[in-house]
Every structure is written in C-alpha cells, then in structure tokens.
Write a new protein. Structure first.
Length: 391
C-alpha cells in the first residue's frame, strides 16, 4: 500500500470519528430545530483548538487534493451532508482563488485558514434572482473607478456566506458582452456596502446556511479582482471559463455526497432487515436483500465516476464531461436508494421523526446545486455531438 493510500485511509477514519461523534448528532439537531449550526458552536472551536483546521481532515498537501476530497467527502456525507458542508474552511470559495488567483492573492486569502485563532469560513456566490443555471445572465455590475471596483447587485443561495470572512463573487463589467464580461472578485464581508439579507428556510440540509446578500456601491481595491487585469486581457470568456473550471473541480465532490447519502440509506435498510427479518424468514429476507443489491451496484458505479472525474482535475486535464456525468448520475442513485430503503422498512420510512424521511429532503439539494440535471445533460450532449448542435 502506498503512502498516499495510507494517508487516505487515515483521513477517512478521522472523518468517520468526527461524523459519528459530531456530524450526525448536529445534523439531526439542526434539522429538528430548523436552523443552521451556529458559528460559535463548541464543535468548531474544538476543531480549531486541536489544530484540525490547520492540518485539515484530509492532510497531505496538494497531492491528489480532489481525489482526497472526494473519498473523504463521501464518508462525511454518509454521516450528515448538511453538517459536513458547515465545516470551517475556504469551501467552494477556495477553488476559484486557487485556480484564478495570483500567488499573492492565494497567500492573502487562503493563508488565514491555517491559523488557529478562530473558525473561519469563505463562500462562493454566482446565483442571482434572474440567473440560476444560466449563469451567462448574471446582472451584478462591476464598474471601475480609478484604483477601485464598485459592485452592485444581489446574490442568493450562497452556502455559508452569512458567516464567511470573504465571498468570491462573479459580476459583469458589460452586460451586453455576455460571458465575456464576467469577472471574479473577492469581497470581504466586513466591507461597507455588503448587506446580508437572510438565511433561506430550506426543506433539507438545514445544518448549513444558504444565504442571500446585496452589494450596494461596495468598493473593492483593484487587487481584489481574481487574477488581476492581465488574467482577462486578450482571452475571451476568461471569467466565465474560470467559473466553469471551478464547477468542474467541485462537481465530483458534490456528486459523491449523494453516494454517501445512498450508503447511509443502504446501511439503515440492511440493519432493519437483519433485525426484523431473521435468517429463518428466508423468502422475505431474500426479497429485501435482492433490492438492496441494486442500491449497492449504483453506489459502486457512482463512486467510480466521481473518482475518475477527480483524478483528471488533479492531473490538470479537462474533465467537464466526466464531472457532468458524475453529477448527473449520483443524485438519482441516492434518491432511488432512499425510496428502496423506505419500501423495505415500510411505514417507518416516511414518518417525520425517522431517518429516511430526513435523507429524502437532504438529497434534493444535490439534484439542483452545482448545476441541475438538465444542465448536466446539455454539457454531456455538447461533448458527444458538438457545441454547434446543442444550443
């Protein structure tokens, strides 16, 4: 076994311990109360105090970072996907900073997450009231004023932005330019003009915040433009391309969360079968187990798709097709797994106070976030038959 595999096995073990002790209990509590885990919760303080945020739950530097996040992310989502997403760290905001930012920007914005003074979060904001899956329609304006940028507009459905130190915000410098007008900025939440609106009341994954905010004449220094002016000069759709590269890197991670949820449903149903259908009840037991085999098959296939897409990211190779295939495939696998598990356990599977009912609500967010099923089909079709055919 290689050193990488040893480290990965240890990281999964750490996540399992954290998941059993903290993620599932906190996720269930947040779901019951209908509000996210507060940022000053002792769990987050403990992570900082013990140096977990500095070392990370997936230590090992940048070697195969995306594969690590996929494998460990599956384990975390198994215990509770909502509580997993609320873990301190750069989150989705870290990917565009790493991919688009200058060395100075990467140090400036990411280095504080290695400190141990307090829990820290970052966030990513693309979606707007009039721009969801069609991100080319973003309307948030970015206007240059001397050595500053002035941003105006609204963002919504941004995970953890209500507690973030900063948010990566995509805006347009010219609405008539479409995708070519997109730019990415890092906006510190304490800047004048950053107005927090609300946390959305979600049907599931209630442990983490999904927030809306407005930027009103929010002034940023020129060096808060990710990559600087040079990143965008003479290169069409550079800002939009950076956003898509971010999604291609994060979609396998989001997709594998569905695999973790499917595993959780499978184990719940299997425990029910072992308890309620003793070995001598062969016919009922056999029928139930045959249905669970189909869940396991989908889990194995989904995991392989996610790891393959992650391997391409770590190798610096294009993975748009593989990322979309994984994102298209895995959420329906989780939904089917939950429905099958509910069929196996009977009426207990749909009661409000039961585990499978919560999973049903949690998994729906994975069907929408990071690109809907329809968007993934369009991406896949473009790669199969060509961009000129699919519009």
């Amino acid at each position: 076994m290689s050193a990488f595999e040893d480290d990965l096995r240890a990281a999964v073990g750490r996540m399992r311990d954290v998941g059993r002790t903290w993620l599932r209990p906190l996720g269930e509590e947040a779901d019951r109360l209908g509000r996210p885990i507060p940022p000053d919760h002792e769990f987050f303080t403990m992570l900082v105090r013990e140096g977990v945020m500095r070392r990370g739950l997936t230590p090992g530097g940048s070697e195969r970072r995306t594969v690590r996040n996929v494998v460990v992310g599956e384990e975390g989502a198994y215990w509770d996907r909502g509580a997993l997403v609320t873990l301190p760290g750069p989150g989705l905001g870290g990917a565009p900073v790493r991919k688009m930012g200058t060395p100075e920007q990467r140090e400036r914005f990411l280095a504080p997450f290695r400190s141990e003074d307090r829990p820290r979060w970052a966030a990513f904001a693309m979606t707007e009231p009039g721009a969801g899956s069609d991100v080319a329609r973003i309307a948030m304006r970015a206007d240059r004023d001397g050595d500053e940028w002035v941003l105006n507009g609204q963002k919504m459905y941004s995970s953890n932005s209500g507690r973030a130190d900063w948010v990566v915000v995509f805006a347009t410098v010219d609405p008539s330019a479409g995708r070519n007008g997109h730019r990415a900025f890092v906006v510190e939440r304490d800047r004048p003009g950053f107005v927090f609106l609300r946390n959305e009341a979600k049907m599931g994954v209630r442990a983490y915040e999904t927030s809306s905010f407005v930027l009103e004449d929010c002034r940023l220094p020129a060096d808060n433009l990710l990559g600087g002016d040079a990143y965008y000069e003479g290169r069409a759709n550079r800002g939009f391309g950076g956003a898509m590269e971010t999604f291609n890197a994060t979609r396998p991670i989001v997709a594998v969360h569905a695999v973790g949820i499917a595993r959780s449903a499978l184990d719940h149903a299997r425990a029910f079968v072992d308890t309620e259908f003793p070995a001598h009840a062969t016919r009922r037991r056999r029928r139930a187990l045959e249905r669970l085999v189909e869940i396991r098959r989908g889990i194995e296939q989904g995991r392989r798709l996610c790891i393959r897409a992650a391997e391409l990211v770590d190798a610096g190779r294009p993975n748009a097709l593989e990322a979309s295939v994984a994102k298209l495939y895995c959420p329906p696998v989780a939904l089917a797994a939950i429905r099958t598990a509910q069929d196996v356990v009977g009426d207990a599977g749909v009661r409000r106070d039961r585990f499978l009912e919560k999973l049903t609500r949690d998994v729906k967010m994975l069907d929408i976030g990071e690109g809907t099923q329809q968007i993934q089909r369009r991406v896949i079709a473009r790669h199969i038959v060509g961009a000129d055919v699919v519009r």
